[in-house]
Design a protein around this ligand. Structure first.
Ligand SMILES: [Zn+2]
Length: 477
């Protein structure tokens, strides 16, 4: 890919909801608790089972320093007939797509885990890894990358320490993890959602976009990548590496991508936002800082004290900030599609506005909810947050306008679009089931998040999702 190294290109057209890729892991570590295990455990698993000798690992890393940038000719058909790499010949087509937060890519965590890397590698020897002394190890259980392992690396030499360090870097940079699988999908399959982290080599080839054309998640160990927009043959297939920070303003996003991944994002959303950076970004960043440093903490304190007057003050400040930004939109004549990008980048403001409304015992704000849902469709279609917002929006419109209103029909279409993007073109019956499960499970999650002391603006996905409902009246574009 020009300027981006390697990437993945569609070899045929895809409709929203179609599976673009479904691939088993080379290594996978899961946890019974809803928490992403440490990336070190994936490195462990690769080293212990000598998976670094497998063909799929060499796709990512051929042992040379230039490996990550090496050109690669990869024929997908090989995967179906090749069992030499120790994995099942054909990746299973998932019955139900699933998973959690808007693509929480693990590589960011990998960078954060870097200081531990040395200790781990130093402790490695003939005895292999010790589970004790590593917090996550107790909770995590390493799963074979299907049947890979012993047979695979039998005659391989154990890499020296320098090599191991390099190898660990490659693993961590390319692995993916999340706190839980899709809650509704797991409930429908009768499974407990598990925390997980792993390495799916083909998936690791996908490049980033802040408004990707696919959504990805883990179903029964396989990584599923599903189209959320029409993808044409020859078009690059993209995912989002950012997770929740996908909803941050342009400048913050590009800073994270530069720090954690070392590239300058030039996706459609970044290019569009960059075009207005002179006129808008200062106002945006100022507002965000205020949310982060002043209004968020002020709300937490006011709520803890039961001080409704102070909560009201925060709500008014958030509303005023949003009004100011919308005025700026009008003045700078921003095109409607670019405006949607900006609305998505204001998510934290809605999050806080909703929390205020909830604390004050107010109802839903339909127009703000609709604005949030629309922006999700633009930047994060098929995410669990998108599905949740679609359910809440539908329920709100139904309660307000009744079953026969054309608005309810529109909300129903949006609900279907969100679920097709996430779960594929399922039957009406399965769709109903998933909607019901999402309604139930996510509301429970939100309650749990709300009851705990932790949530703040920009907190856990479930808490953040709650926030999307709210927003001052001026929010509707
Ligand atoms: Zn971008």
């Amino acid at each position: 890919m020009e300027g981006k190294g390697r990437g993945v290109v569609a070899t045929r057209d895809f409709k929203p909801g179609e599976v673009v890729m479904a691939t088993p892991p080379l290594a996978l570590v899961t946890s019974e608790v809803r928490q992403r295990p440490d990336g070190e455990l994936v490195v462990d698993s690769i080293l212990d089972r000598r998976l670094y000798g497998s063909k799929w690992f060499s796709v990512l890393y051929d042992g040379s320093a230039r490996s990550c940038k090496a050109a690669l000719s990869y024929a997908p058909e090989e995967a179906a007939t090749d069992s030499e790499d120790g994995r099942p010949a054909a990746p299973p087509e998932p019955l139900l797509a699933s998973t959690s937060a808007p693509a929480k890519a693990a590589p960011a965590a990998a960078a954060a885990a870097a200081p531990k890397k040395k200790g781990f590698l130093a402790s490695r020897g003939a005895a292999g890894r010790k589970a004790g002394g590593k917090g996550a190890a107790a909770a995590g259980s390493a799963e074979a990358g299907a049947a890979a392992g012993a047979a695979e690396g039998g005659e391989l030499p154990v890499p020296d320490r320098r090599e191991q360090t390099r190898l660990a870097k490659v693993v961590k940079f390319n692995c993916f993890g999340d706190d839980a699988e899709d809650l509704a999908g797991c409930a429908a399959r009768g499974e407990e959602p598990r925390g997980h982290i792993g390495l799916w080599p083909e998936f690791a080839m996908l490049n980033h976009s802040c408004c990707p054309n696919t959504v990805n998640y883990v179903v029964c160990g396989s990584m599923v990548v599903r189209a959320v927009a029409p993808i044409q043959r020859g078009e690059e297939v993209t995912i989002c590496y950012l997770g929740r920070p996908q909803l941050l303003p342009y400048n913050k996003r590009i800073a994270i991508l530069a720090d954690d991944y070392g590239f300058e994002c030039s996706c459609a959303r970044c290019e569009a936002e960059q075009a207005h950076v002179d006129k808008l970004d200062d106002a945006f960043l100022e507002f965000h800082e205020e949310l982060d440093e002043r209004l968020g903490p002020a709300f937490m304190e006011a709520r803890a004290m039961g001080d409704n007057e102070a909560v009201e003050e925060v709500a008014e400040a958030v509303a005023a900030g949003l009004r100011k930004l919308y005025n700026l939109f009008r003045k700078t004549l921003i095109a409607p599609d670019v405006r949607q990008y900006y609305i998505a980048s204001m998510y934290d403001a809605y999050d806080l506005a909703f929390s205020c409304a909830a604390a004050l015992g107010r109802g839903e704000d339909g127009s703000a909810l609709q604005a949030c849902l629309k922006s999700m469709e633009v930047v994060s279609a098929g995410s669990d947050l998108h599905a949740l917002l679609a359910v809440r929006h539908h329920d709100h419109v139904l309660a307000t306008h009744g079953p026969d209103s054309p608005l309810t029909a529109l909300a129903r279409s949006a609900l279907r679009r969100a679920h097709v993007a996430r779960y594929g073109a399922v039957s009406e019956q399965v769709l109903e089931r998933l909607v019901e499960l999402n309604r139930k499970l996510h509301l429970q999650e939100a309650d749990v998040a709300d009851a705990s002391a932790a949530p703040a603006a920009g907190g856990a996905a479930a808490a953040g999702a709650e926030g999307a409902d709210a927003g001052p009246g001026g929010a509707s574009a």
